[in-house]
Write a protein that binds this ligand. Structure first.
Ligand SMILES: [Zn+2]
Length: 388
């Protein structure tokens, strides 16, 4: 896909399930400038005295130009119009399955931030999801005798990898020279990032946002940190909402504090935008990598509402969500929660102004376009191959 060139700002959001698209063309003021907008099934072209902006859609998206409706001028944004769109759903999950040649190959665990090897050449024979937190209650209900698993936590053996909502458990006993202390943090030796915690002498927990697992013969993939974090968290949210019909999440640090309240609105957006102002780059220098690489490209995204909870902000809302059983809590390292807050704020600031807020919540997109590298799918696919 060709990215929109510099010129008029263009924002297109296509919703896969609704087969509809919202196009926003950033015009400075009503009737202020002669502008020609041409829409074909595969492209959008905006000609104005500022220059020509052209965006080519990815192959799986087609617009229906004759379906244009709802044309209106929104102050601060420019022209809004809606169109019907045809979207073929991606099949990347399947291509991930294909990329794993053998189930029992050796894997290497890397620190995502710096590439340091954390576990080298581990043969994983069992990769299994951990039961949900309500699992014990279910067993109790279904068993006619006392729960045989009561008070027995699940400990992985040397060739096991068990995964939960935002972490996975492995057995590192053979890698450690001395008996590890329970409840100590696992820190990357090279970059000092916190990767996980030691749960018991045989079980170590690693957070999915901190680690990359690759078949050993492949090399470490360099992915900008902010892209990796938002992609992994976006996938965790999508998977949890599909599996448990949960749409509200409280993102907690490993220190027990709530950092972000998130509400998943949809996970079927495809966004094509050249809306970023150069002034935003100065605001968020840490996240420049994302801006430089894809500030004007197409990406798959989930849409969330969020409220930050740092500096005792939103305490009331946080405590009402805490006591609500339909809210699912997701625990990550505290530093990653702060990274997530920065990413959400940055993403929100690059949207057309009218799309940034809804009922006091901020409304950013989170990109989820690096599926093949991320952990959850990969683990599931490995397991899938073993079963079949
Ligand atoms: Zn590191």
């Amino acid at each position: 896909m060709a990215a929109p060139a510099a010129g008029t700002r263009v924002f297109l959001e296509v919703r896969g399930r609704l087969q509809s698209a919202l196009l926003i063309v950033g015009l400075p003021e009503e009737g202020g400038m002669a502008t020609n907008i041409s829409i074909t099934p595969s492209s959008i072209q905006v000609d104005s005295p500022k220059g020509c902006t052209e965006a080519w859609l990815p192959a799986e998206v087609r617009l229906a130009p004759s379906s244009c409706r709802g044309l209106q001028y929104v102050a601060g944004d420019g022209l809004h119009l809606r169109l019907q769109a045809q979207v073929e759903f991606r099949t990347e999950m399947i291509s991930v399955f294909n990329q794993i040649p053998q189930a029992q190959e050796c894997c290497t665990f890397y620190c995502q931030s710096c590439g340091e090897v954390i576990i080298r050449d581990r043969k994983l024979l069992r990769v299994l999801p951990l039961p949900s937190e309500n699992w014990g209650a279910l067993v109790e209900e279904w068993c006619c005798h006392p729960d045989p698993f009561a008070n027995r936590s699940l400990h992985p053996q040397e060739n096991d990898c068990f995964f939960g909502d935002s972490f996975f458990l492995v057995n590192l006993k053979s890698d450690m020279q001395q008996e590890p202390k329970v409840n100590t943090k696992v820190i990357c030796k090279r970059c000092k990032v916190m990767l996980g915690e030691i749960m018991s002498s045989g079980t170590t927990k690693f957070y999915m946002t901190e680690i990359i697992i690759q078949p050993s013969e492949r090399s470490f993939p360099i992915i900008p940190r902010s892209r990796f974090v938002q992609s992994v968290i976006a996938q965790c949210l999508v998977e949890l909402s599909t599996a448990r019909s949960t749409f509200r999440f409280s993102i907690q640090g490993q220190d027990g504090k709530v950092y972000v309240l998130l509400w998943l609105l949809n996970s079927d957006s495809l966004v094509i935008a050249s809306w970023t102002n150069s002034k935003h780059i100065k605001k968020f220098p840490l996240l420049e990598d994302t801006l430089n690489t894809d500030s004007s490209a197409a990406w798959n995204a989930i849409k969330v509402l969020y409220q930050p909870c740092i500096k005792s902000g939103n305490e009331k809302l946080a405590s009402s969500w805490e006591s609500d059983i339909s809210v699912h809590s997701l625990t990550l390292p505290s530093v990653t929660c702060l990274e997530l807050l920065l990413i959400l704020a940055r993403s929100n600031s690059t949207l057309p102004p009218s799309l940034r807020q809804m009922n006091s919540f901020q409304l950013p997109h989170m990109r989820e376009n690096i599926r093949p590298f991320t952990l959850c799918d990969w683990l599931v696919s490995l397991n899938f191959l073993q079963v079949h």
